[in-house]
Design a protein around this ligand. Structure first.
Ligand SMILES: Nc1ncnc2c1ncn2[C@@H]1O[C@H](COP(=O)(O)OP(=O)(O)OP(=O)(O)O)[C@@H](O)[C@H]1O
Ligand SMILES: [Mg+2]
Length: 245
């Protein structure tokens, strides 16, 4: 689905990402791990169009593509869910879901009821317990907000989802809810890059893990072939276990 080959990007002479290669298959969750400043967010920003890489190439479904801005990324069905969710607090779930891509009726007015009906449909699939359709999203829990953001991406046909620390601000129950959402998206064949600090969540949610340190890729492992300690060793020592690619 995605191949990022030999990606490099520097800021003022400092290599934030140094010759990193990662790939992603449909229905797969690939974790991006590493200490603060390792280059995780910078790497995926080259895919989301927020940054432009200095070198390397990006292939989507085997074809070389140019991603120079978020619009280019969206055209490739790549959607990003940032930790600080870009939701409009004062609007309800439906208005957030359709923000900037509203359904307009024949008379030229916003078709509120169509947007709410579509929102109810997709939330029934993704988060069946969700009831808070008619309140501003500021009144939602962190997990519920996360599910609105995910619904927005999925509704607009995301195939490749980038999630930068989706559970960082969530309690255990909310984290569990996001975990279930991720499982559901996998079943639907989406590929997900997941930046995650909590090793427990990595082991639970990811199929493969890519560890970065100082902008470089330490290694890529199949999560079910390594232990928590193997991965922590890669993060801390920058050393890969024998079975890593
Ligand atoms: N816009 C920018 N301008 C200058 N330096 C930047 C910029 N964005 C990132 N950097 C630098 O690039 C390096 C990698 O940062 P990045 O945000 O990718 O790290 P990260 O792995 O996502 O860390 P964290 O876990 O803290 O989110 C850091 O040294 C950071 O200071
Ligand atoms: Mg980051």
């Amino acid at each position: 689905m995605v191949e990022m080959r030999d990606i490099s990007i520097s800021f003022g002479g400092i290599k934030a990402v140094d010759n990193v290669t990662v790939d992603l298959y449909p229905g797969e969750v690939v974790g991006l791990l590493g200490h603060n400043g390792a280059g995780k967010s910078t790497l995926i920003k080259c895919l989301s169009g927020a940054y432009q890489k200095d070198a390397g190439e990006i292939l989507i479904n085997g074809e070389r593509v140019d991603i120079n801005n978020p619009r280019d990324a969206r055209a490739q069905n790549i959607e990003t869910i940032y930790q600080t969710l870009a939701l409009a607090d004062n609007l309800d779930a439906a208005s957030n879901l359709f923000l900037g891509r509203e359904i307009v009726g024949p008379s030229g007015f916003l078709d509120e009821s169509a947007m709410e009906a579509e929102t109810r449909k997709i939330m029934a699939r993704l988060n069946p317990n969700f009831r808070k359709f008619n309140v501003p999203v500021s009144a939602l829990s962190g997990g519920q907000r996360q599910s609105v953001a995910i619904a927005r991406a999925v509704y607009f046909n995301a195939k490749i989802l980038i999630m930068d620390e989706p559970t960082a601000a969530l309690g255990p129950q909310e984290t569990q809810m996001v975990a279930e959402l991720i499982q559901e998206l996998k079943k639907q064949g989406l590929g997900i890059f997941l930046i995650e600090h909590d090793i427990h969540n990595v082991m639970k949610l990811c199929d493969r893990a890519v560890v970065m340190k100082n902008g470089q890729r330490v290694g890529t492992v199949n999560v079910n072939e390594v232990t928590d300690d193997d991965i922590l060793g890669m993060i801390i020592m920058g050393k890969k276990p024998a079975k890593a690619a």
